[in-house]
Design a protein around this ligand. Structure first.
Ligand code: BJW
Ligand code: ZN
Length: 247
């Protein structure tokens, strides 16, 4: 399958890669769903909401402090690095990520649309103004915004919140124009990100899914690679490089 996909890629001008938590799993970052998606007795879905923050900001900050600490220690894996190399092999390449862990940037990928924000940034819960990125926030003394007195929260997108319109619109536009679209390490259930692969497919792109499991979009994929992104993507990039070199 590697050769077949690389052969198609070699004739493509526009490539999009959509990533989810699975690409960072091999770096040691827990995914959201499945058995790793539990934190104490809470599910991620119960903590990543405005309601949770309003009713118990301390526990939400404890969760984010724990994740920030973990994410500050981890490093990009061969999957992230392969995507960076892939970018250098296309004139038109966009990485759309649902991840907030910053690992794609650390890996050196440049054209990135971060759909769900960045866990290392802070903003005001009331007025949305950005605040100093501080590694840890004391859950018992959450700092307040100097402009409006609102509590400081992580600058990420919780359930029920709108995504940044410029970022999601750019992701929609690029998906409509893609020649080849990779959906990597995402359960493809959280919208609007989950609608990007079907949009690309409808617009004529070849759809490749790389996931250790089946997802709701697997049936749409032209190629469903059932395996780890950190193992498959480096092999694919090597194959593509060989083809590009012999052009
Ligand atoms: C590997 C691997 C390896 C493991 N290699 N693979 C339309 C229909 C129905 C509902 C909605 C809809 N439109 C909007 C909604 C509501 C909601 C939604 O989608 N709910 C669904 C659950 C049904 N969406 C929203 O609320 C969004 N806002 C919005 O649309 O605003 C307008 C609106 C408002 C109100 C009502 C209606 C519309 C916002 C979504 C924000 C999501 N936020 C989070 C938290 C971010 C902050 C943080 O990190 O703290 O984003 S939730 C969480 O899920 C996080 C992730 O980015 C996101 C996606 O998860 P992901 O990345 O796919 O991870 P997993 O764990 O689910 O999957 C990992 C995968 O990797 C698995 O498949 C593994 O098999 C695989 N894997 N190891 C390859 N080595
Ligand atoms: Zn404020």
């Amino acid at each position: 399958m590697v050769e077949e996909i690389a052969a198609i890629m070699a004739n493509c001008g526009r490539c999009i890669v959509l990533t989810g938590a699975g690409i960072s799993a091999e770096s040691g970052v827990p995914t959201f769903r499945g058995k790793d998606g539990l934190w104490g007795k809470f599910r991620a879905e119960e903590l990543a909401t405005m309601d949770a923050f309003l009713s118990n900001p301390a526990i939400v900050w404890e969760w984010y402090n724990w994740r920030r600490e973990l994410m500050a220690k981890v490093e990009p894996n061969p999957g992230h690095l392969a995507i960076t190399e892939m970018e250098s092999l296309f004139d038109d390449f966009t990485l759309v990520t649902q991840n907030v862990d910053n690992l794609h940037r650390v890996a050196g990928t440049r054209n990135i649309l971060e759909l769900h924000g960045n866990i290392h940034h802070n903003k005001c819960v009331e007025c949305n103004r950005s605040h100093d990125p501080k590694a840890q926030i004391d859950p018992d003394e959450i700092p307040c915004c100097e402009h409006c007195g609102g509590k400081i929260r992580p600058d990420v997108v919780w359930y029920g919140e709108m995504l940044d319109s410029a970022i999601i619109n750019a992701a929609f536009q690029q998906s409509e124009r893609a020649d080849i679209f990779f959906s990597v390490g995402t359960s493809a259930i959280v919208h609007p990100a989950a609608s990007l692969p079907p949009i690309a497919k409808r617009s004529g792109a070849t759809l490749v899914e790389v996931n250790v499991e089946e997802t709701p979009i697997s049936f749409l994929a032209d190629f469903h690679v059932r395996g780890k992104s950190g193992e498959f993507l480096p092999r694919l990039v090597e194959e593509l490089k060989k083809r590009r070199a012999s052009e």
